[in-house]
Write a protein that binds this ligand. Structure first.
Ligand SMILES: *[C@@H]1O[C@H](CO)[C@@H](O)[C@H](O)[C@H]1NC(C)=O
Ligand SMILES: *[C@@H]1O[C@H](CO)[C@@H](O)[C@H](O)[C@H]1NC(C)=O
Ligand SMILES: *[C@@H]1O[C@H](CO)[C@@H](O)[C@H](O)[C@H]1NC(C)=O
Ligand SMILES: *[C@@H]1O[C@H](CO)[C@@H](O)[C@H](O)[C@H]1NC(C)=O
Length: 812
């Protein structure tokens, strides 16, 4: 079922990877990587990149033990707080341990003892699902905690699904590889199995994190192809505050982060030194922020992508800062890259590209607000320098196809820098404001109140509404931080989060709406309401999930009304609608074969940022209506129906690394919104559409919410829009991937390069919208890529790239 061009891509990438590993390219690996599309459930396109499954041979070097003086541990609330997490839908909730300190499993952290087995025992304990044992599971959440220390390992830490590997941020633990280390990654996030396949389908690996660790590869000989983190991954995953140290000896074969495929994902605050590649990256789409890479030969090697947003890079002392020329002229495997607010120092070349004027738009590149210091070549093309460097600032430069608003025009050069709304900038800076997920490093345990101690049961069946509500009110007034111990907290009416609240979850506890309050499709009610209309102040909310149980067509999972200046927001907070144990919306209740029934109508809207809201900051947020059952043995597809994705009506909004999937009316709608910066944004249309299509689904149009009126859609399939911008001003999108893979569960409509007609349109601009810029717009399976006031501006056949079709620059 794969198009030959995909096979070419796989083969080339496999050769590239094998070269890196210094082993012969094995074409069988490529063929074994080709699975029928039907094997994928959360289907995110067939551009998997074959990679060697064989870890590099390491020379038989004797390892001299250098005993490291053990760093003394420092206080950190997450380690010290009482651990009362309960995995509510685990078969044995009282016997299952959520929080695991590696020391309790025998790790020594003394820099001498081999801690590999102890760390892996901490991860696997308790009947959890390892690689290849099952596609996914939500019933075994775990935090694996590392106190300060140096943990010596000789083979990979095998990461599991739904796992957070967290170090003490106040005394960062070091994971140090022995000289004879073998395996793909000090941390292997998706271990290759003996059959040549990854342990999990990378596009389906959700809900996990790595934070506050230092990985030390410097003991491994430079000539060994050693990898810090192997991280093929899907949505709702993040790596934050991690340092990777590698050899910078001449000829080094080390690489810091290796991602060969997936549908991700978020990386932030990562410092990497040395290596052949600081990061060697391929994935459909990704958002990264604050990557600091120095002394690597190539700081970032882009293996392939449809879109990748790099914000706040600091790349220093390298040969090439970013290579996007993999595959070479005429077969460039990189769809698009956006780089903003970055500094490149002492590198020979900033970007190495293979872009040429051509009908295809592979290698689309956008550079905005980049400081170069001693970088002789800014952009190198196939015939030499296309943008000279030096010590200078690039305010806006790009290559690819542009529509302003008509096109396509092949362009390579400068363009008008958009005016960035000043409210979105960091104070005193030309850069956008950013804020990393709070970890409350300096807060003591007494600053926290456990929601379980406050009387909530979190067992998935007790009604916890009033216990949660009173805990939130009292914590906001006393200034305490609310800790949601792992659990599933059933609520039967709205939970109000008052201004001043700070809330943090233990491995994504769930607030699950249930019952008759949420049953009216014409009288919807918020499940979680952040501030009331007219209220101001800020909140911080991280590491949680909001869900529904049973029939809840009137549930608005998150309603945001609060007005703030900045810094008020959510980090790693997701909606997960249907498809998990306890939801009563699984294979048994909502099989794809069933007709639409009220029993599987599960949400009016995932998230509403209302007109009274301002200063709303979202970091790595995935609003997901389930397309498959995470707790079925093989990720069986289901049909659950939700109305709207993310509706933004407010102003001063940061959307960094957000995705919205499978809602029936639209995924993102900006309506009357102003001053929004967004990137990367990713959407998928429901797989059941067009049966029923967007206009005829269970959720009738509500004109008060300016729902789209699909009566005027272009001919073809009127499936849900991915992005609709209506009467909105000053909206800048740094990378968008709007995907429609299916018509009624068949992918025949999305095969590359034709027919690409699962739906007729996916991005619509309407009304009095002004100052809209969209960079690196990629679509899949959509005939018309841009529709303005009902007129098509761009058709897919003019913009074919690497599986997705891509437009580098759109404005009007
Ligand atoms: C990712 O790459 C591996 C290795 O080539 C391959 O086996 C797998 O099918 C790919 N996954 C996806 C979802 O494309
Ligand atoms: C630059 O990188 C090289 C190796 O990549 C290293 O040997 C050298 O020390 C680095 N220089 C500085 C100034 O960091
Ligand atoms: C773009 O990528 C596709 C898929 O890999 C490939 O077939 C095509 O040759 C590439 N075009 C260019 C101009 O690089
Ligand atoms: C859409 O059409 C209206 C009416 O002609 C016009 O005022 C508006 O500017 C148009 N909007 C866009 C985005 O072109």
């Amino acid at each position: 079922m794969y198009h030959p061009s995909v096979l070419t891509l796989l083969t080339l990438a496999a050769h590239a990877r094998c070269q890196l590993l210094d082993i012969p390219a094995v074409d069988e690996l490529v063929s074994s990587a080709l699975k029928p599309l039907a094997d994928y459930t959360d289907y995110d396109g067939p551009t998997g990149v074959a990679s060697s499954v064989i870890s590099a041979a390491t020379p038989a070097t004797l390892f001299n033990v250098h005993a490291t003086v053990e760093a003394s541990d420092a206080s950190y609330w997450l380690a010290e707080i009482a651990h009362q997490g309960v995995a509510a839908f685990n078969p044995n909730p009282s016997g299952y341990t959520v929080f695991r300190n590696v020391m309790d499993y025998g790790a020594k952290g003394d820099g001498v003892t081999d801690d590999t087995a102890a760390i892996n025992a901490a991860i696997s304990d308790g009947g959890r699902y390892g690689p290849s044992s099952r596609e996914s599971s939500t019933t075994t959440p775990a935090i694996v905690y590392f106190p300060a220390g140096t943990y010596l390992i000789s083979s990979p830490i095998i990461d599991y699904y739904f796992t957070q590997l967290i170090g003490n941020p106040n005394a960062i633990p070091v994971i140090k590889a022995t000289a004879a280390f073998t395996g793909l990654g000090l941390i292997d996030g998706d271990q290759y199995q003996s059959d040549g396949n990854q342990g999990w389908t990378s596009t389906n690996v959700f809900f996990r994190q790595i934070r506050n660790l230092k990985l030390d590869l410097t003991g491994i000989p430079a000539s060994s192809a050693a990898t810090g983190i192997h991280w093929p991954t899907g949505q709702a995953t993040s790596i934050q505050n991690v340092e990777i140290a590698m050899s910078s000896a001449s000829g080094t074969q080390h690489q810091g982060i290796f991602i060969e495929n997936g549908s991700g994902g978020f990386l932030a605050d990562i410092t990497i030194t040395g290596g052949l590649y600081g990061a060697n990256l391929g994935n459909q789409q990704f958002t990264t922020r604050n990557l600091v890479i120095s002394d690597a030969v190539t700081a970032i090697s882009q293996i392939w992508d449809w879109g990748w947003t790099y914000q706040g890079l600091t790349l220093a002392n390298c040969t090439t800062a970013i290579s996007i020329n993999n595959g070479g002229v005429g077969n460039q495997l990189v769809g698009s890259v956006v780089v903003l607010d970055s500094t490149i120092q002492d590198c020979s070349t900033f970007v190495a590209s293979a872009w040429e004027t051509s009908p295809s738009s592979n290698g689309s590149l956008i550079l905005e607000n980049i400081v170069l210091e001693n970088v002789p070549v800014a952009v190198n093309g196939p015939s030499g320098t296309v943008l000279a460097g030096g010590t200078t600032t690039i305010s806006a430069w790009g290559q690819g196809h542009k529509y302003t608003p008509n096109g396509p025009t092949n362009f390579q050069g400068t363009f008008t820098t958009p005016t960035r709304p000043s409210a979105l900038l960091a104070s005193g800076s030309s850069r956008y404001y950013t804020k990393s997920k709070p970890q409350y490093e300096t807060s003591s345990t007494s600053s926290f109140v456990s929601i379980r101690n406050a009387g909530a049961a979190g067992d998935g069946s007790t009604d916890d509404t009033s216990a949660i509500q009173s805990a939130l009110i009292s914590a906001a007034s006393s200034g305490q931080i609310v800790f949601f111990d792992q659990g599933t907290y059933k609520v039967t009416s709205t939970i109000y989060i008052p201004p001043g609240s700070r809330i943090v979850g233990e491995s994504y506890p769930v607030i699950m709406a249930s019952g008759s309050s949420f049953s009216s499709i014409s009288n919807p009610l918020p499940v979680v309401q952040v501030g009331k209309s007219g209220e101001s102040g800020s909140i911080e909310w991280s590491d949680m999930i909001v869900s529904t149980q049973g029939s809840t067509p009137g549930a608005i999972l998150i309603e945001w009304n609060l007005a703030a200046d900045s810094g008020s927001g959510m980090w790693d907070v997701h909606t997960r609608i249907g498809g998990f144990a306890g939801s009563q919306l699984q294979v048994a209740q909502c099989p794809t074969s069933a007709a639409v029934s009220a029993a599987c109508e599960v949400a009016y809207m995932s998230m509403h940022i209302t007109g009274s809201a301002s200063g709303v900051y979202l970091d790595n947020v995935w609003l997901w209506t389930a397309d498959h059952d995470l707790d079925s043995a093989d990720n069986t597809r289901i049909s659950v129906y939700s109305g709207r994705g993310l509706l933004v009506e407010g102003k001063n909004i940061w959307l960094y690394g957000t995705g919205v999937e499978h809602h029936s009316l639209y995924q993102y709608q900006f309506s009357g919104a102003s001053s929004v910066v967004a990137g990367f944004i990713q959407t998928e249309t429901p797989y059941y559409q067009p049966n029923p299509d967007a206009a005829n689904g269970p959720y009738p149009r509500n004109s008060a919410l300016n729902d789209p009126d699909y009566s005027s859609c272009l001919s073809g399939n009127c499936d849900a829009l991915g992005l609709r911008v209506l009467n909105s001003n000053d909206i800048i999108v740094y990378g968008a991937g709007l995907y429609s893979f299916f018509t009624e569960y068949s992918t025949d409509c999305s095969t590359f390069p034709t027919p690409e007609n699962c739906q007729s349109e996916i991005f619509s601009v309407e009304g009095s919208t002004t100052n809209l810029v969209v960079y690196a717009l990629s679509t899949v399976g959509t005939t018309n890529m841009i529709v303005k006031n009902g007129t098509s501006l761009a058709v897919v056949s003019d913009n074919l790239a690497t599986y997705a079709a891509t437009i580098a620059y759109f404005t009007f």
